[in-house]
Design a protein around this ligand. Structure first.
Ligand SMILES: Cc1cc2nc3c(=O)[nH]c(=O)nc-3n(C[C@H](O)[C@H](O)[C@H](O)COP(=O)(O)OP(=O)(O)OC[C@H]3O[C@@H](n4cnc5c(N)ncnc54)[C@H](O)[C@@H]3O)c2cc1C
Length: 386
């Protein structure tokens, strides 16, 4: 892993700019055909399997993976261009997002040949969706305190008991990479004794209970495991190495442009309003937001380039997520100060609707994927400050 913040600049990529044009054309055609409408924060709340399958057909999922696993052996910069365009358009990408972003790369890194061959091509086709099974009712930031446990039975299978919470889209997904305790907690090494299991969410004994968010939407869940028998060959990676594997997975989770583009559709709508009726205060706000956005994008692009070089830039990823999610929230406050009208989900005005969506999703921006306080701790340690 890289503890350095001194990442090399991202090289210009003609291939990335070419695929960017293709994605823009595709999105314009889909919007015109009414196959989706733009919303804020769609990488978590815009579940649309048909749309995910269309992306799979075009080769825009599993883009960097080997061809033998259904991938397309393209660069991280090309993948970056595709994800950036999808996010900017507020397209419904939540069904496949976690599988494509982190579960697939996790499987490539730690999975057995059989696990890779049976699952990765389905992810790349936009047909197989994953969730993150880390947080528990009493374990979020302090993930080492998880209590969900898995014990081997006489047949070599795992019997899982416990509960996960805030599990985004578990009701619409096929697998959970689930962090479990496979050995009792050791006070001398709290990170030991954890493992990752590939859990098929349709197994008997699993209950998925919805948790609604402020706007009434359902993407969160509580997932309860009651004597769930998981086949022995569904261990991911090495027994007892769960902590190390989760840390690597989190670098993929934290590094992407979704960490500052969740509210981009609001910025775009604001810019459209200003283009139609410019006002000095609004233009100053747009300028300020654009400058921050461009700086974040440069940092994020450098991380994509580092991933392309095979590095795992966990400290820069924590930094871009901290600064990026702060920006996502600031967007709402800054625009609200210079725009008249009341935000409402039912507003006929796209700007009023985008403001309401962004505001109602805002409490999650700085929490999901690790809170900003935790990320700052990672950055401080990475810089040798703690
Ligand atoms: C929209 C959304 C989607 C999510 N999706 C998933 C998912 O799919 N799968 C999953 O596993 N989890 C998911 N989560 C859970 C998320 O990872 C946790 O909410 C997060 O890790 C924080 O844990 P917690 O909620 O238990 O808060 P706590 O850990 O209880 O923290 C509460 C507060 O205390 C602060 N704090 C805690 N410890 C420290 C410390 N050592 N130093 C300084 N401050 C500290 C935190 O920063 C925070 O402000 C999601 C959360 C959200 C909001």
């Amino acid at each position: 892993m890289s503890n350095s913040l001194a990442l090399a600049p991202a090289p210009p990529s003609e291939a990335a700019e070419a695929v960017r044009v293709e994605v823009r054309e595709f999105l314009a055609a889909e919007l015109a055909a009414g196959s989706f409408s733009t919303h804020v924060d769609t990488w978590l709340s815009g579940v649309d399997p048909a749309f995910s399958r269309k992306l799979g057909e075009r080769g825009w999922l599993g883009m960097t993976w080997p061809r033998r696993y259904g991938g397309h052996e393209r660069s991280a910069m090309e993948r970056y261009a595709v994800t950036e365009e999808l996010l900017a358009a507020g397209a419904p990408v939540a069904a496949h997002w976690i599988a494509d972003r982190q579960s697939g790369p996790n499987l490539l890194r730690y999975g057995t040949e059989e696990q890779r061959q049976s699952i990765l091509p389905r992810i790349a086709a936009g047909e197989c969706y994953f969730v993150i099974g880390m947080s528990e009712p009493d374990s979020g930031s302090d993930l080492a305190s998880i209590r969900t446990r898995a014990v081997r039975n006489g047949s070599g299978d795992w019997v899982v008991d416990g509960a996960k919470v805030w599990t985004s889209n578990a009701h619409a997904s096929h697998y959970a990479i689930t962090l479990v305790r496979t050995a009792p907690s050791d006070p001398a090494d709290r990170h030991a004794g954890m493992s990752q299991l590939l859990v098929d969410l349709s197994l008997p004994g699993i209950t998925v209970n919805p948790i609604r968010i402020l706007d009434g939407g359902h993407h969160f869940n509580e997932v309860v495991f009651d004597d769930v028998v998981v086949p022995g060959d569904m261990l991911l990676g090495v027994e007892g190495a769960g902590w190390h594997q989760v840390t690597a997975e989190l670098a993929f989770e934290r590094s992407g442009p979704e960490r500052f583009l969740s509210t981009y559709p609001l910025v775009a709508e604001f810019a459209r309003r200003l283009a139609a009726s410019p006002d000095p205060a609004g233009l100053v706000t747009l300028g300020r937001l654009s400058a921050r956005l461009l700086a974040l994008r440069q940092l994020s692009l450098r991380i994509a380039a580092a991933l392309d070089r095979g590095e795992l830039p966990d400290v820069p990823a924590a930094l871009v997520k901290d600064v990026g999610t702060t920006f996502e929230g600031d967007v709402i406050d800054e625009i609200r100060r210079v725009v008249d009208g009341t935000p409402s989900l039912d507003s006929p005005d796209p700007l009023g609707r985008a403001m309401a969506e962004a505001q109602l999703h805002a409490p999650g921006y700085t929490l999901r994927g690790g809170t900003n306080e935790i990320l700052r701790g990672i950055v401080a340690r990475g810089l040798g400050l703690r």
